[in-house]
Design a binder for this molecule. Structure first.
Ligand code: B12
Length: 210
């Protein structure tokens, strides 16, 4: 039962995913749990792609199905809106990577927790990221990675921020399916996760919240 959503995503059963998400929201299931199950399904789609059982067209279809599910889940995500921004965050998927589903979820959750989010989108050059960091002077920089070839540009971005003398004034988070603690060390980041909610919890804690 708990895996029915995951299975429906792997089967690319668009209507079943929509219906199941709707039903589970109605019965009061935790939206973050529903989201996590959808993500698990996407990871399995990726495994099928890697094994040669699915092609790019199936990846694209899975992304559409996932986006539609997220659109239903988003309005139910927990919020903690305050009068003042809780902090500011610059987000990006770096050069070489066009995946953005996870980054967009992180942006939504951060906004729901009253953070000011500057989302630069995908395939972002390190120099563009630095320019935004110099302009905004954020509390956090969040880099999302789903493809290993973008690690180099993440590291470059971190070095540019350091050379500009701004590394000490912000926390650098990385996340996304292919990131690991080792990648975090190599890039020179402060925090790594495969879960947007724990990224938000980290930011909230660093800003002195609960
Ligand atoms: C959907 C998908 C696509 C879609 C993306 C659509 C979109 N708008 O993003 C499309 C079809 C476009 C695509 C294209 C490609 N893809 Co693709 N794709 C996937 C797939 C199936 C799911 C990714 C996903 O969105 N998951 C769901 C989200 C919600 O999970 P998530 O990103 O991990 O995010 C969560 C957390 O990690 C966290 N998070 C994410 N970012 C951040 C950042 C911070 C700061 C924090 C705190 C948290 C955080 O929050 C999210 C919610 O909790 C993965 C498989 C997988 N294992 O992930 C392959 C996968 C990532 N793709 C892969 C590949 C190879 C490609 C292509 C090169 C295919 C091709 N031959 O053209 C191209 C890439 C082009 C490029 N240069 O980027 C490989 C990468 C392999 C590698 N080792 O690098 C994977 C792993 C599949 C595989 N197993 O082979 N893909």
């Amino acid at each position: 039962m708990a895996r029915e959503l995951c299975t429906a995503i792997v089967a690319l059963a668009r209507d079943e995913v929509a219906e199941t998400v709707g039903r589970r929201l109605e019965r009061g299931d935790d939206p973050l749990e529903i989201l996590a199950e959808c993500r698990e399904g996407m990871a399995l789609v990726g495994e099928r792609f890697q094994a040669g059982d699915y092609y790019l067209s199936e990846l694209l279809l899975s992304a559409e199905i996932f986006k539609a599910a997220v659109a239903r889940i988003e309005p139910r995500l927990p919020t903690a809106r305050g009068e003042q921004p809780a902090g500011s965050v610059v987000l990006a998927t770096m050069r070489g990577d066009i995946h953005d589903l996870g980054k967009n979820i992180l942006a939504t959750l951060l906004r729901a927790h009253a953070f000011e989010v500057h989302d630069l989108g995908v395939n972002v050059e390190p120099a563009i990221l630095l320019a935004k960091v110099e302009e905004v002077r954020p509390d956090f920089v969040g880099l999302s990675a789903l493809i290993t070839t973008s690690f180099q540009s993440m590291k470059e971005a971190c070095q540019l921020i350091d050379e500009a003398g701004l590394r000490g004034s912000l926390e650098l988070l990385i996340g996304g399916g292919v990131t690991t603690p080792e990648v975090m060390e190599w890039v020179g980041a402060d925090f790594q996760t495969l879960d947007a909610a724990s990224g938000v919890a980290y930011c909230v804690e660093k800003m002195g919240g609960e």
